[in-house]
Design a binder for this molecule. Structure first.
Ligand SMILES: [Fe+2]
Ligand SMILES: [Fe+2]
Length: 627
């Protein structure tokens, strides 16, 4: 009975105090308060900031600053280097970590929807080893991840509770997670956004970890928050739904405040599908905008084209252009509230006339290695190609949106803002909708063909079936049969011929099996290539470089053969060739690289170049008139 009385009076006290919170002056006696970080009373001093309850001091990482964001001051974080470290180890974090019941409540204002952004917590999610907790977000939803002793499978098991409410970029949002030893609950702006009973009992903590505000961080992952944090409070007790609703109601002005974060490009303007008379310009903005492209052969940019509707990913096709002509262009995106963002002045060139010389570069398997991918783009752009062919695996995980932003488009912007990229889809894209959203290609997009100069390219999805009765086989045969191009070039991700050790050379790769020397599915296209005189077949997937002799009916035939070129050196971890030589191989090298081909009339010059600028393979071929 005494216990019950005590508990009732405690609830009354805590509720009364709680209504007065969310200010820069907390009541230090607030029951169960573990810490209360908010800018205002304390400033950043010597790279640290003290919390308002005198319980903790956080290290200020990167360029985290305190700035006015709408009606309040807030910690501003850039999504790359910025967050607060409350404790750098589990040992140091101990007195500030709840053991079972807890609440973590935060005001956040996000600039971008990214993968696994962290708001507050101490977590470890390395393979099967999962411990700790984290209030955060993943793409468009807030999330609450927790591992408890009741659901421990030996090395911990996290439940990631995802909310229902869409994250609205540029607006303040009150996000709260609670756990009472039985139920995990997530609240957004005072309303329940989801709950789970998958976890139970005490929280299971890792032996090492970092307690942060504004970053999901563990041994192999780091997902900093891109936006602003006004306040984060943690309690070793559970706030009720009513408590949480009152805080949101009390701060309705903050929630209603107009969208105030800076409108920005998530993907700077890039080019797609250039032809002799058209160029597609695309970009992505942090909020829905209408995109305008100003363009002309010379300044001032007298021509204008605009999208009719506001979009996050915008796309405009500039038409009626002159062939083989350079244009300057600039992109302006405007939101409904009158905010705007303007790109740098850039330029593009339309495709050449069919009798003119031209050039293209090739890269593959950029995956998730932005510094290598950046070098590939810089080396490629230095050669001033007309376009870039991408052999697939453009990112490591096609479903992770921020990989498209940070591992593909950002490092490749130097190139993709000036020349279009023509991709094929690899296995790492996972057939994600992002591939189809970010690339503007003729339907059905996984298969398409385009003419360039005196050549025609055939772009194929080798993840899909390629047997003679398949859709793509038929599409390809029709397109090849009707092609009048001097040069016929195909591109798909998986190799028809490779001396790769890992995937296809299993007899000597330690597995003792029969080698396939290539992808069985892709190899079904070889008879078509030979029948219709394909000159070069590009592929990626194997993370190295390889060129074959011209192959015809499984022998080397200088006159009728097809050259197969693997170019998978754009960023994915490098692979090696099988220990014994493959019969068809001319040259292979395990190296990050790009390829560069120049074409004039019936002659192609081809080079493979490493990222020190050294040419390590080349050939020239002139095609006889009768081929
Ligand atoms: Fe790959
Ligand atoms: Fe691949």
């Amino acid at each position: 009975m005494r216990n019950l009385v005590a508990r009732v009076s405690l609830t009354v006290v805590s509720l009364a105090i709680f209504i007065s919170t969310t200010s820069a002056h907390p009541d230090v006696h607030e029951v169960g308060l573990l810490f209360h970080f908010a800018p205002g009373v304390h400033k950043i001093q010597n790279g640290e900031i003290a919390d308002l309850s005198h319980s903790a001091t956080a290290r200020v990482e990167g360029k985290t600053s305190i700035a006015t964001v709408g009606p309040t001051e807030a910690f501003v974080m850039n999504g790359k280097t910025d967050w607060l470290t409350i404790a750098g180890s589990v040992e140091d974090a101990k007195k500030l970590l709840p053991t079972k019941e807890f609440t973590v409540a935060a005001w956040v204002n996000l600039n971008a929807q990214t993968e696994w952004g962290g708001i507050c917590g101490l977590i470890r999610d390395n393979g099967d080893s999962e411990q700790g907790w984290m209030l955060g977000y993943n793409q468009s939803k807030f999330t609450f991840a927790l591992a408890s002793k009741g659901s421990d499978d030996g090395n911990g098991r996290l439940t990631v509770l995802a909310g229902k409410t869409d994250v609205e970029l540029g607006r303040w949002c009150h996000v709260v997670a609670t756990y009472d030893g039985v139920t995990m609950r997530l609240y957004v702006n005072g309303k329940s956004d989801g709950e789970s009973t998958a976890q139970s009992g005490d929280i299971l903590y890792p032996t090492k970890g970092t307690y942060t505000i504004g970053c999901f961080i563990d041994d192999n992952e780091q997902y900093p928050l891109d936006g602003a944090v006004y306040e984060v409070k943690a309690y070793s007790r559970v706030l009720s739904a009513d408590d949480i609703a009152s805080i949101s109601t009390k701060n309705a002005n903050l929630i209603k405040a107009a969208s105030i974060t800076k409108l920005q490009f998530l993907v700077k303007p890039y080019l797609q599908f250039g032809t002799q008379t058209s160029m597609t310009v695309m970009c992505e903005t942090s909020r829905k905008t209408k995109m305008t492209v100003d363009f002309a052969e010379r300044q001032p940019l007298a021509k204008k084209n605009a999208t009719p509707e506001s979009q996050l990913i915008s796309e405009l096709v500039l038409t009626d252009l002159k062939p083989q002509t350079s244009y300057f262009y600039r992109v302006t995106c405007e939101d409904d509230a009158g905010g705007s963002v303007v790109s740098d002045l850039s330029s593009f060139q339309t495709a050449p006339k069919s009798d003119s010389p031209w050039a293209f570069t090739v890269v593959g398997d950029t995956q998730r290695n932005p510094e290598i991918t950046r070098k590939c783009a810089e080396y490629a752009y230095a050669l001033r190609p007309n376009f870039m062919l991408h052999c697939g695996d453009v990112v490591d995980n096609g479903h992770a949106k921020n990989q498209w932003l940070k591992d593909l488009f950002e490092p490749m912007s130097v190139l993709t803002s000036r020349v279009p990229m023509f991709p094929v889809i690899g296995n790492h894209e996972g057939n994600s909708h992002w591939y189809y959203d970010y690339f503007s290609l003729p339907k059905p997009e996984y298969f398409y063909t385009f003419e360039y100069g005196n050549s025609q390219f055939f772009m194929i999805d080798s993840n899909k079936p390629l047997a003679p009765d398949s859709e793509q086989y038929k599409l390809l045969e029709k397109a090849l049969a009707s092609s009048k191009a001097t040069w016929k070039i195909t591109c798909h991700h998986h190799p028809c011929f490779t001396s790769d050790d890992n995937d296809y050379g299993d007899h000597i790769g330690g597995k003792g099996g029969e080698p396939s020397w290539g992808d069985k599915n892709a190899q079904q296209l070889v008879p078509l290539y030979e029948k219709y005189g394909v000159d070069i077949a590009f592929n990626g997937h194997v993370h190295n470089y390889e060129r074959t002799w011209p192959i015809y009916r499984m022998t080397i035939n200088q006159k009728k053969g097809v050259r197969y070129i693997t170019s998978g050196g754009g960023g994915g971890h490098l692979e090696t060739a099988a220990p014994q030589r493959a019969w068809f191989s001319v040259h292979h090298k395990s190296v990050y690289h790009i390829c560069y081909a120049t074409v004039h009339d019936r002659t192609i010059q081809f080079k493979a170049i490493d990222l020190e600028g050294r040419m390590f393979d080349m050939f020239e071929m002139t095609k006889p008139e009768d081929r």
